[in-house]
Design a protein around this ligand. Structure first.
Ligand code: FES
Length: 373
C-alpha cells in the first residue's frame, strides 16, 4: 500500500507548530497504563542448549518487579523481548515453545542465532541463568482455531520455525483441543534439529501428533532427505486440512507451489510472518521528524530501512511487538511525507486517518510522524 500526503490540513499544521516550538506538560497516564498492562518481568530460570546455534530459555515470573503470574497464551503465540542495547531501545518477537497449560508458572522461548542479529546474539552469548528480562504479554493469532480450522493439521517448519508447533503439539497432548497434527520439519543436518529428544518421545507415545523430519544437507537413517516435497505430504493429507507454515520465505514459496497441486484452498493455509520483504530501487537518505507527546526528535531515515528501525537508531523508545505489521502496536500517524508500506492490517478508518505501521514502512521523502508516547 502506498500513501502520499501532499497537503496537510490546518489541524495538523497546528500540531506540528505546537510541538515544534514548545514542550507541553502531560502526565502520560494513558501511556503508563498501557505499558503496565502489556509488560511482564521475568527471570531466566534455565537455559538449554538445543543445537550448536540455538538455545531454549525457561522464563519464570519476577515477583520482585510485580509479576507474580505469567499471562496465559494460546499455542502459536509469541512474546516480544524489550531491551536497551547501547542506549537504543529494541524489541524482538519470539514464539513460545512450551505447553499452554503450564502458562502461569513458566514460558519457554527458543532462539536461534541470526547472522548479524542484535538481540538473538545477545541472548545466546551474554544472557545467563538468573538474569532478568522485560517481555510483552503473549500476542498473535497464529494457531489452531476450532471454529475456523479442520482437525487434520499439517504444519510445515523450517529451522527455528519449529517453535510454535512444539507448543501446538503440547496443546494436543494435554487435551487443550482435539486435533491431529503432523509436523514436517526441515533442517540442514541432524545436529540442527531443535527439540530432538522431545520430538522422539512424542513420536513414540502419541497417536495424534507426529513429527516428520527431513535433512537437506545429509542423509541419515530415520530421516527423509531433501526438501519437503509432494510425495512426503501426500500420505498425510485428508479431504479437509488446515496448513500452518513457519520458516524462511523460500519455504513458503516452494510449499505454496506444492499445495496448489493438491488444490488446498488459500483460506486453509496460515503463515507466521517473521520478515518484511522489500528492497527499494535505490538507497536515499531523508529527514525524519518524530513528534512525541512532550517533545520532538529530528533524525535521519533511509529508503531501505523501516521507520521503526530509524526511530530506534535515533534513541526513540518507539512501541513495537511483532515488527511485521500484524499486532498494530507501533501504530503512528503520518503527518507529512511519502511512504511505502509493505502490507498492512490497518483498519479502514485507521488508514483513512493516515495511521501507518512504522515497522513495515519505508520512507520515500522527508517524513513527519507522530507517536503517542
Ligand atoms: S510492531 Fe506490530 S504492527 Fe508494528
Amino acid at each position: 500500500m502506498e500513501n502520499k500526503i501532499t497537503k496537510i490540513n490546518t489541524e495538523r499544521k497546528n500540531i506540528i507548530a505546537e510541538y515544534s516550538s514548545k514542550k507541553t506538560k502531560d502526565t502520560h497516564i494513558d501511556t503508563l497504563a498501557q505499558e503496565i498492562k502489556d509488560l511482564q518481568y521475568v527471570i531466566i530460570k534455565d537455559i538449554v542448549e538445543e543445537t550448536p546455534d540455538a538455545k531454549s530459555f525457561i522464563l519464570t515470573p519476577d515477583s520482585t518487579k510485580g509479576t507474580y503470574e505469567l499471562a496465559p497464551f494460546t499455542a502459536g503465540q509469541y512474546i516480544s523481548i524489550k531491551m536497551f542495547v547501547d542506549d537504543i531501545y529494541v524489541t524482538r518477537a519470539y514464539s513460545l515453545s512450551s505447553s499452554p497449560t503450564k502458562t502461569s508458572k513458566m514460558y519457554r522461548i527458543t532462539i536461534k542465532r541470526v547472522e548479524g542479529g542484535l538481540v538473538s546474539n545477545i541472548m545466546l552469548d551474554e544472557m545467563k541463568i538468573g538474569d532478568t528480562l522485560t517481555i510483552s504479554r503473549p500476542i498473535g493469532d497464529f494457531g489452531y482455531n476450532r471454529i475456523r480450522d479442520e482437525k487434520n493439521i499439517i504444519a510445515i517448519a523450517g529451522g527455528s520455525g519449529i517453535t510454535p508447533f512444539m507448543s501446538m503439539a503440547y496443546a494436543i497432548l494435554n487435551k487443550v483441543y482435539d486435533a491431529n497434527l503432523t509436523v514436517f520439519y526441515s533442517v540442514r543436518k541432524e545436529e540442527d534439529i531443535i527439540f530432538k529428544d522431545e520430538i522422539k518421545a512424542i513420536n513414540k507415545k502419541s497417536k495424534k501428533v507426529k513429527f516428520v523430519i527431513t535433512l537437506t544437507r545429509e542423509e541419515k537413517e530415520g530421516y527423509f532427505s531433501g526438501h519437503i516435497n509432494k510425495e512426503m505430504l501426500e500420505p498425510y493429507l485428508k479431504e479437509f486440512n488446515t496448513i500452518f507454515m513457519c520458516g524462511p520465505k523460500t519455504l513458503y514459496k516452494t510449499m505454496n507451489e506444492i499445495l496448489s497441486e493438491f488444490n488446498i484452498p488459500k483460506k486453509s493455509v496460515h503463515y507466521e510472518n517473521f520478515f518484511v520483504d522489500y528492497t527499494p530501487s535505490e538507497i536515499q537518505e531523508y529527514e525524519l521528524k518524530v513528534i512525541l507527546k512532550n517533545d520532538f526528535v529530528l533524525a535521519k531515515c533511509k529508503s531501505n530501512e523501516t521507520l521503526l528501525v530509524s526511530m530506534e537508531k535515533a534513541g526513540i523508545k518507539a512501541p513495537s511487538m511483532c515488527r511485521v505489521g500484524v499486532c498494530g502496536y507501533c501504530k503512528s500517524i503520518l503527518l507529512e511525507g511519502k511512504i511505502k508500506m509493505i502490507g498492512s492490517y490497518l483498519k479502514e478508518a485507521e488508514a483513512e486517518n493516515d495511521y501507518i505501521h512504522p515497522c513495515i514502512t519505508y520512507p520515500e521523502s522527508d517524513i513527519v510522524l507522530r507517536l503517542d508516547i
